[in-house]
Design a protein around this ligand. Structure first.
Ligand code: B12
Ligand code: SF4
Ligand code: SF4
Length: 381
């Protein structure tokens, strides 16, 4: 079979299995990306979540010998939630970013890629194929850009003309020499809205991210959050969408093409206080199916405490005091102490002083001492 016909058949088939956009690119070395990754590494701008071997990241042949092409796929996800519960004064809520709504997207895209692999292997049994989504070595965005899925925006996202940037990306390296598609021209122009909207200045310039400052990254760390960022993350308990919601290319776009991507509003906009005491089992049952739980419950709980401080939720004081007294993890105790300093008044001073005497962890103790100081100053004012 000739590759042009096969390409057409693949495109047609992809539409029947819930792939919203498909593109083809060569498996040549990603030279520009290689330089970019080196720069990012030198500047210490990387998150540490990406594959560290730059050669593997940029040379598809190292991942699949005799690689000739890459098939890129994109699936659009919803940007608006139906029946979102309100965050009220009595019942404050946190928010998971849109990329964590519904079933974990890794499963959904892998399912589509497996179907596509089976289809291709039926036509070309000797073909060799290697698929990946997010956790693979390749840069999903660089592949998507090369394959004509979308352009690389100043917010770093791949923006498709059809679905905006709310698309998940995945790809398949193949040994079949498919004719490549043409990349889409940059359409950001003079717009700079995402850079201006970023709460932490993480977009140091259009298309360049310092991950260490990015709220999406910070919500996924497990240690103490530097104080300057605690006040910036607001009620985001996983991920951040600000540079995408600000983007005019996403305006009015909201796709509900995949039932499994529909969020459970109570899960992705959860009540904050119950998160503080949630058991491992309950956490796994409730949040296990969504991608935002991949770092476990500790970062989510830490972020929930920060969100309660953001809301200055006085009704959370008993919960925070309990955490301060009983939680076995210093990060959680220390962050609760910080939150009590933000929310509380003199009435929590005694508890903080007792906690200070008990505390064995140096960092947690530093947080408690700082919090006592804040409260004393409040009392004097
Ligand atoms: C590490 C990682 C992160 C890190 C770092 C993000 C980053 N911008 O580098 C953190 C934790 C911060 C993160 C956050 C998010 N992520 Co993330 N992440 C990844 C991961 C695993 C690797 C990304 C990477 O290698 N970055 C390094 C940079 C240097 O390369 P790159 O962005 O991949 O490639 C572009 C640049 O190199 C640029 N470039 C190349 N040369 C040059 C030269 C110049 C001069 C310039 C300006 C640019 C430039 O062009 C490439 C193509 O766009 C990918 C999955 C994967 N395996 O690729 C998902 C991925 C990028 N994330 C994704 C998502 C959805 C997000 C969030 C939106 C989630 C959220 N709502 O919180 C945020 C967005 C933050 C942002 N503004 O980028 C999607 C993006 C989908 C899309 N439409 O673009 C991906 C592709 C996962 C997936 N399979 O769907 N992520
Ligand atoms: S995800 Fe949030 S913090 Fe990160 S670059 Fe975008 S707006 Fe800035
Ligand atoms: S906000 Fe403007 S500059 Fe940023 S990605 Fe969207 S169109 Fe490009």
């Amino acid at each position: 079979m000739d590759v042009i016909t096969l390409k057409q058949e693949i495109i047609e088939y992809s539409k029947t299995i819930g792939i919203d956009k498909i593109g083809f690119g060569s498996a040549d070395v990603f030279e520009e990306l290689k330089e970019r990754l080196k720069v990012q590494q030198q500047l210490n701008f990387q998150s540490g979540f990406e594959e560290s071997d730059i050669e593997k990241r940029t040379n598809p042949e190292l991942l699949l010998p005799s690689a000739k092409s890459i098939i890129a796929i994109a699936l659009a996800y919803p940007s608006k939630m139906k029946d979102a519960p309100q965050s009220t004064k009595a019942e404050r809520r946190g928010i998971f970013c849109r990329a964590s709504w519904g079933e974990d997207y890794h499963h959904i895209l892998r399912d589509r890629l497996q179907k596509l692999e089976a289809f291709i292997l039926e036509k070309v049994p000797h073909a060799r194929l290697k698929s990946m989504v997010d956790t693979g070595e390749l840069s999903d965005r660089a592949v998507a850009e090369r394959s004509g899925i979308g352009w690389s925006g100043k917010n770093c996202a791949i923006i498709t003309p059809e679905f905006g940037s709310y698309v998940y990306l995945g790809e398949m390296i193949t040994t079949i020499p498919f004719p490549p598609d043409t990349p889409i021209e940059d359409q950001c122009g003079t717009c700079n809205k995402c850079v201006e909207a970023c709460p932490t200045g993480a977009l140091v310039q259009g298309g360049q991210l310092d991950s260490n400052k990015c709220v999406a990254f910070l919500t996924q760390t497990k240690g103490f959050l530097p104080e300057e960022y605690r006040v910036k993350i607001g009620n985001r308990i996983y991920g951040c969408d600000s540079c995408q919601t600000a983007c005019p290319k996403n305006k009015g776009l909201d796709f509900h093409l995949h039932p499994e991507m529909e969020p459970d509003p109570e899960v992705v906009k959860p009540l904050l206080k119950p998160l503080l005491q949630i058991s491992n089992r309950e956490f796994k049952e409730t949040f296990g199916p969504i991608s935002g739980s991949w770092r476990g419950k500790k970062p989510i709980q830490r972020n929930a405490i920060i969100a309660l401080a953001h809301f200055k939720d006085e009704s959370a004081i008993p919960d925070l005091l309990q955490v301060l007294k009983e939680d076995p993890r210093p990060v959680i105790r220390g962050t609760a102490a910080w939150a009590l300093g933000k929310i509380g008044r003199e009435e929590v001073l005694e508890d903080l002083q007792k906690a200070n005497e008990r505390e064995k962890d140096e960092e947690a103790q530093r947080e408690i001492t700082a919090s006592i100081q804040v409260l004393l100053e409040k009392g004097l004012a």
